[in-house]
Design a protein around this ligand. Structure first.
Ligand SMILES: Cc1cc2nc3c(=O)[nH]c(=O)nc-3n(C[C@H](O)[C@H](O)[C@H](O)COP(=O)(O)OP(=O)(O)OC[C@H]3O[C@@H](n4cnc5c(N)ncnc54)[C@H](O)[C@@H]3O)c2cc1C
Length: 533
């Protein structure tokens, strides 16, 4: 078995990248942590939300406006080349997935955050439809797909690079090593550095942590999209903003939340107003958390019972899904807290999906620069398609120029005598809880103290020789280490951004800076990062 291009991640971006690399003549292997169709954000589309929308720009005039919408919404620190590449290629990618038979329909209205009607709605279970068609296409183009395979390390040696992969099959975890020419990171988001997130459990920021280790630049890592999310029965479940903003909230002492309406507010149907109110609600919830007026799940109470049939009409899927799990939104009061929906930054790429490491490429949520300080809705799937295709093409070209004779070698598990006498799962949860304190607002004191606490955990993990452990323990350790490294980098770059911009709120620096500077972070050594803004 030979691998020119190794794609890590089986969501929309990884599958699109693999297809393109294969079409351009490379031998491609795609590995995915779980099975394709579960455990990715793409698989969560229409499962954790009511519907999926995809922004598509169909004419020249709209392309200019779409780019302006993205940059205005991103508060002017997006990479303009990436934005222009995105709007220029969105129609072709939409036509591509249509040609594969993914059911979609145009919606004639738009959301005010998009200043033109350019949204396409997924029909049925969009995420599953998209993944199954892309997977079939990848297989038909000769891509070798290995599921339940997790990349936990990459080593560069003089004449070759090796990917260390843990492979789960029938309850047994074995080690698989792959040599490759080009590596595409398509590992999705890193929302799981916080305890509540819409992201799947495996969104532990593996790609960003691996890229840092390989010397890649990470950009705009301090920006994220947060939301009020249900704490139970489904932790991280999102109630559409049009419904959420019409409910009432109370803390555990019975004090009511009173929304701060922005000056000149007009209609509750206005998405920008809803965005503003969600942010305001999140800030109030965070205040309750910091003042300990919350439930044991860090939640406050949300009551939407007065909305009656409006709930059933607007969020029929969510209503049914939650009812099946014992929560009736028409009769019950709900616990909500704040959670992370998306890390907006990630591995710095150019419009070809290339990074500053010549053989490393990235696409989708793991990559950064396209979004700025906020995210326009309906851009995640298209981001994965546009930059997936481009990174696949670039990786294939790179592989053609640097040929290895890759070999795949399995290790015998009995070789490993070390053992991990730590409760890694609890350490992971401890980090997530500490990071919750700096999810919504930040100040220097909280950033410093969170860094100290996260670093204490880092210090316990840093000297463990991962290869001495059985493979299953390597996977646990590497996920925890990824969360830790990503958290430290996030804190360091947040400390350096001394301003408030978009969803990045520094209570000790409440003004926007005069310059529109993106941020760049790079790992210098172990836990030392160089940050440039
Ligand atoms: C609830 C929700 C609603 C959304 N709604 C919309 C919407 O309406 N419109 C829109 O455009 N976007 C939406 N998005 C965003 C969109 O779903 C994502 O941006 C997009 O699916 C990301 O695709 P991806 O391929 O980058 O990542 P993913 O789909 O998450 O795929 C990454 C894959 O990599 C795997 N992986 C991770 N680490 C490793 C490793 N170390 N080794 C091997 N494999 C690994 C993961 O298991 C996963 O399968 C939504 C997201 C969520 C969560």
């Amino acid at each position: 078995m030979q691998t020119d291009v190794l794609v890590v991640g089986g969501g929309v971006s990884g599958l699109r990248a693999a297809i393109q690399a294969s079409v351009e003549g490379a031998k491609v292997t795609l590995i995915n942590k779980g099975s394709i169709g579960t455990g990715s954000e793409t698989a969560y589309l229409d499962h954790l939300i009511e519907l999926t929308v995809v922004g598509v720009s169909e004419n020249e005039e709209d392309k200019t406006l779409y780019a302006k919408d993205l940059i205005d919404f991103g508060r002017h620190i997006n990479d303009e080349d990436l934005v222009n590449t995105f709007v220029t290629n969105s129609l072709a990618e939409y036509e591509y997935i249509s040609s594969l038979g993914v059911p979609m329909e145009k919606i004639d209205h738009t959301y005010p955050s998009h200043r033109a009607p350019r949204l396409i709605k997924g029909i049925g279970h969009f995420g599953q439809n998209l993944l199954s068609r892309l997977k079939n296409e990848a297989i038909s183009k000769g891509v070798n797909i290995i599921e339940n395979a997790t990349l936990y390390d990459v080593k560069e040696e003089t004449s070759f690079r090796t990917a260390y992969v843990g492979l789960k099959a029938k309850g047994i975890v074995t080690d698989l090593r792959m040599q490759f020419s080009s590596l595409i990171l398509a590992t999705g988001g890193g929302g799981r550095i916080f305890s509540i997130s819409t992201n799947p459990g495996g969104s532990t920021g593996d790609g960003v942590a691996i890229a840092l280790k390989l010397g890649a630049n990470i950009t705009n890592l301090e920006f994220l999209h947060f939301l009020p999310l249900l704490v139970k029965p489904i932790k991280g479940y999102y109630l559409t903003s049009a419904i959420f903003t019409k409910g009432y909230m109370k803390n555990t002492e019975g004090e009511k939340y009173i929304p701060n309406y922005p000056p000149g507010y007009q209609s509750m149907e206005d998405a920008e107003l809803q965005g503003y109110l969600l942010l305001d609600a999140c800030m109030w919830i965070q205040k309750q958390i910091l003042e300990k007026r919350v439930t044991e799940n860090n939640g406050v109470y949300w009551d939407g019972r007065h909305l009656k049939e409006d709930i059933k009409e607007r969020i029929p899927n969510s209503y049914e899904k939650l009812k099946e799990r014992g929560l009736d939104l028409l009769e019950d009061i709900v616990e909500v807290s704040t959670g992370c929906h998306q890390l907006l930054g990630g591995v710095e790429i150019d419009s070809a999906g290339s990074t500053n490491v010549p053989w490393l490429f990235a696409a989708g949520e793991v990559a950064g620069g396209f979004h700025g300080a906020e995210r326009l809705m309906g851009t995640g799937v298209m981001d994965g398609l546009v930059f997936g295709a481009r990174s696949g093409s670039s990786a294939a070209k790179n592989a053609m120029n640097t040929k290895f004779t890759p070999e795949i070698e399995r290790e015998k598990p009995e070789n490993f005598e070390g053992s991990l006498d730590m409760d890694i799962q609890s350490m992971k949860q401890e980090i997530q809880k500490k990071m919750d304190h700096i999810l919504i607002t930040k100040d220097n004191t909280r950033l410093q103290s969170t860094r100290k606490e996260v670093h204490n955990i880092y210090a316990k993990l840093a000297n463990i020789e991962i290869l001495s452990l059985p493979v299953a323990q390597r996977l646990m350790l590497s996920e925890c280490m990824n969360i830790t490294v990503l958290s430290l980098a996030y804190i360091d770059v947040s400390m350096r951004r001394e301003e408030t911009r978009g969803s990045f709120i520094r209570t000790d620096f409440q003004q926007k800076a005069t310059e529109n500077n993106p941020s760049f972070v790079r790992l210098v050594n172990q836990d030392v990062f160089e940050v440039n803004i």
